[in-house]
Design a protein around this ligand. Structure first.
Ligand SMILES: [Mg+2]
Length: 122
Protein backbone atom coordinates (compact mmCIF):
# COMPACT_ATOMS: atom_id res chain seq x y z
CA UNK A 1 0.00 0.00 0.00
CA UNK A 2 1.30 3.42 -0.96
CA UNK A 3 0.37 6.88 0.23
CA UNK A 4 -0.62 8.82 -2.87
CA UNK A 5 -1.52 12.49 -3.21
CA UNK A 6 -3.78 13.63 -6.04
CA UNK A 7 -3.42 17.31 -6.95
CA UNK A 8 -6.11 18.16 -9.46
CA UNK A 9 -8.62 21.02 -9.70
CA UNK A 10 -11.17 19.01 -11.68
CA UNK A 11 -13.35 17.16 -9.17
CA UNK A 12 -14.46 14.48 -11.65
CA UNK A 13 -10.89 13.58 -12.50
CA UNK A 14 -9.97 13.60 -8.82
CA UNK A 15 -12.83 11.21 -8.03
CA UNK A 16 -11.85 8.87 -10.85
CA UNK A 17 -8.24 8.73 -9.67
CA UNK A 18 -9.27 8.31 -6.05
CA UNK A 19 -11.63 5.42 -6.83
CA UNK A 20 -9.04 3.53 -8.86
CA UNK A 21 -6.27 4.02 -6.31
CA UNK A 22 -8.56 3.08 -3.41
CA UNK A 23 -9.58 -0.02 -5.33
CA UNK A 24 -5.90 -1.00 -5.46
CA UNK A 25 -5.57 -0.55 -1.72
CA UNK A 26 -3.69 2.73 -1.61
CA UNK A 27 -4.10 5.54 0.90
CA UNK A 28 -5.27 8.62 -1.00
CA UNK A 29 -4.88 12.29 -0.15
CA UNK A 30 -6.34 15.09 -2.25
CA UNK A 31 -5.63 18.72 -3.03
CA UNK A 32 -7.39 21.11 -5.41
CA UNK A 33 -4.57 23.41 -6.53
CA UNK A 34 -0.79 23.58 -6.70
CA UNK A 35 -0.27 25.50 -3.48
CA UNK A 36 -2.50 23.19 -1.47
CA UNK A 37 -0.71 20.23 -3.06
CA UNK A 38 2.67 21.62 -2.05
CA UNK A 39 1.49 22.16 1.55
CA UNK A 40 0.01 18.67 1.79
CA UNK A 41 3.11 17.06 0.27
CA UNK A 42 5.33 18.73 2.88
CA UNK A 43 2.98 17.77 5.70
CA UNK A 44 2.20 14.16 4.73
CA UNK A 45 5.24 13.14 2.60
CA UNK A 46 3.39 10.82 0.20
CA UNK A 47 5.21 8.15 -1.83
CA UNK A 48 3.83 9.46 -5.10
CA UNK A 49 1.93 12.49 -6.41
CA UNK A 50 -0.35 12.72 -9.42
CA UNK A 51 -0.09 16.38 -10.37
CA UNK A 52 -2.39 18.13 -12.80
CA UNK A 53 -0.52 20.77 -14.81
CA UNK A 54 -3.24 23.34 -15.46
CA UNK A 55 -4.57 24.50 -12.08
CA UNK A 56 -5.51 27.77 -10.39
CA UNK A 57 -3.36 29.51 -7.73
CA UNK A 58 -0.20 27.57 -8.63
CA UNK A 59 0.38 25.43 -11.72
CA UNK A 60 1.47 21.83 -11.50
CA UNK A 61 4.77 22.71 -13.15
CA UNK A 62 5.55 25.32 -10.49
CA UNK A 63 4.48 23.03 -7.65
CA UNK A 64 6.52 20.14 -9.09
CA UNK A 65 9.60 22.31 -9.45
CA UNK A 66 9.23 23.48 -5.83
CA UNK A 67 8.95 19.88 -4.60
CA UNK A 68 12.06 18.80 -6.51
CA UNK A 69 14.01 21.82 -5.23
CA UNK A 70 13.35 20.89 -1.59
CA UNK A 71 15.43 18.09 0.01
CA UNK A 72 12.44 17.11 2.18
CA UNK A 73 10.20 16.35 -0.81
CA UNK A 74 12.71 15.66 -3.62
CA UNK A 75 12.35 11.88 -3.32
CA UNK A 76 8.58 11.83 -3.89
CA UNK A 77 7.71 10.32 -7.27
CA UNK A 78 5.91 12.84 -9.47
CA UNK A 79 3.50 12.02 -12.28
CA UNK A 80 2.15 14.91 -14.35
CA UNK A 81 -1.42 14.83 -15.66
CA UNK A 82 -1.57 16.72 -18.93
CA UNK A 83 -4.52 17.65 -21.08
CA UNK A 84 -2.41 19.20 -23.79
CA UNK A 85 -0.67 16.37 -25.59
CA UNK A 86 1.35 18.66 -27.79
CA UNK A 87 4.76 17.64 -28.96
CA UNK A 88 7.43 19.16 -26.75
CA UNK A 89 5.32 19.39 -23.60
CA UNK A 90 6.34 15.97 -22.34
CA UNK A 91 10.03 16.96 -22.62
CA UNK A 92 9.35 20.20 -20.76
CA UNK A 93 7.55 18.32 -17.99
CA UNK A 94 10.29 15.72 -17.57
CA UNK A 95 12.92 18.49 -17.65
CA UNK A 96 11.15 20.06 -14.63
CA UNK A 97 11.91 16.91 -12.65
CA UNK A 98 8.70 14.94 -13.12
CA UNK A 99 9.28 11.17 -13.24
CA UNK A 100 6.44 10.41 -15.64
CA UNK A 101 3.40 11.93 -17.26
CA UNK A 102 -0.04 10.73 -18.28
CA UNK A 103 -2.23 12.49 -20.82
CA UNK A 104 -5.95 12.94 -20.33
CA UNK A 105 -8.37 11.32 -20.76
CA UNK A 106 -6.66 9.00 -18.32
CA UNK A 107 -6.05 5.38 -19.24
CA UNK A 108 -7.54 3.71 -16.16
CA UNK A 109 -5.69 0.43 -16.74
CA UNK A 110 -2.36 2.20 -17.13
CA UNK A 111 -2.76 4.01 -13.81
CA UNK A 112 -2.12 1.11 -11.38
CA UNK A 113 0.67 -0.18 -13.65
CA UNK A 114 2.40 3.16 -13.41
CA UNK A 115 2.18 3.15 -9.60
CA UNK A 116 3.84 -0.28 -9.53
CA UNK A 117 6.52 0.79 -12.03
CA UNK A 118 7.46 3.80 -9.94
CA UNK A 119 7.13 2.35 -6.45
CA UNK A 120 7.47 -1.39 -6.83
CA UNK A 121 5.09 -3.65 -4.91
CA UNK A 122 4.55 -1.68 -1.73
MG1 LIG B 1 -6.75 21.39 -14.32
Amino acid sequence: MARILIVEDNEKNRMLLRDILHHHGHEVLEAGDGQEGLDMARQHLPDLIFMDIQMPVMSGLAAGAALKADALTRGIKLVALTSFAMKGDSERILAQGFDQYMSKPLDTRRLPQLVTELLGDL
